[in-house]
Design a binder for this molecule. Sequence first.
Ligand code: NAD
Ligand code: HSE
Length: 354
Amino acid sequence: MVQYNIALIGFGGVNRALAQLVAERNEQWQAELGFRLNIVAVTDLDLGSVVSANGIDARMLVETKFERGGFAKLSGGSAEADNEKVIRHAPADIIAEATFTNPDDGEPAVSHCRWALESGKHVVTTNKGPAALAAAELKMLARRHHVAFEYEGAVMSGTPVIRMAKTTLAGACLTGFEGILNGTSNYVLGRMEAGLGFSAAVSEAQAMGYAEADPTADVEGYDVRLKVVILANELLGGALKPADVSCKGISSLTASDIEAAAKDGCRWKLIGSAYRNENGRIEASVAPRRLALDHPLAGVSGATNAISFRTDLLGAVTVTGPGAGRVETAYALLSDIIAIHRAEPAYTTKEAAE
Ligand SMILES: NC(=O)c1ccc[n+]([C@@H]2O[C@H](COP(=O)([O-])OP(=O)(O)OC[C@H]3O[C@@H](n4cnc5c(N)ncnc54)[C@H](O)[C@@H]3O)[C@@H](O)[C@H]2O)c1
Ligand SMILES: N[C@@H](CCO)C(=O)O
């Protein structure tokens, strides 16, 4: 039986949902995917840390109402989130990083990933900071230590985008993309169309688990800008930084802008895009756009996202699916772990050859 020991860094919506899946689906994964997961450590800024080489009961983790510092009450627990010690020394094969996204420098999540990779542990993360701001360094570190750095959930939660474009669209010559890449802002625009005020709509998106800890990132376009950087660098071979992407969010759109668009048979959408121009330069932007209702992205509603890839050989290829949500994003971590499991012989063979 293959069993991967995992450590959860950050125990908010996404990693809690992963723990819930572990509690409910390990038998199914073992039968269908050929492995099971064993949670050996958890750290969280509010709750503290807990390590157990034998494994921590996933159901207990999700069903217990822990108070601040509450992991101290568990065997092997402490009230402090001792991230570095846990990441470097817990007996984990895989680190699941799902702490807050820091759009400025990606920290402390970049360090969490670095410590894990340096210690020979695979990293799966939904955090956009490391993926957008330090992917080149972290991928190199991963290669050097024969482990994986996977971040499918950083764009469009569990909807397959990065791996799909890299593998299934290989050879189709991708030249650009445009899409609705933020669930919160798309949800807010839809609720405003239904007559709700901006702040009330943002509060709803927070309650549904779509929004960032600071929803400014969602409504001002900073979250989409990170996703555009991730996709442009990963799929178009760019080396973009957030400052290279012009960025405008939806916070200045008023109820009357939305009504006026509807009267003209249009709808506002926050669009992130990047294209390689004829000089080979990548032009990237984030901005609200008024789309005619027959535009392929105009009908994408709620927290659903969509991306239209422009390719030489196939023309436009569009993928639609959940863009946010706790379980949907936890699925992305599972999909990264599946990718690692399927590539595992490659990692062990390289190690043996050293
Ligand atoms: N929720 C979604 O729909 C979604 C989708 C895609 C990506 N993401 C990304 O996934 C990550 C997690 O999202 P979430 O919804 O679970 O967020 P969340 O706010 O619910 O949880 C984050 C958790 O991380 C903990 N934390 C923060 N800093 C920490 C630190 N330094 N050390 C230890 N713990 C720390 C917090 O206490 C919190 O419990 C974020 O980076 C987010 O941008 C979320
Ligand atoms: N806050 C983000 C989460 C997914 O990255 C969104 O609403 O799209």
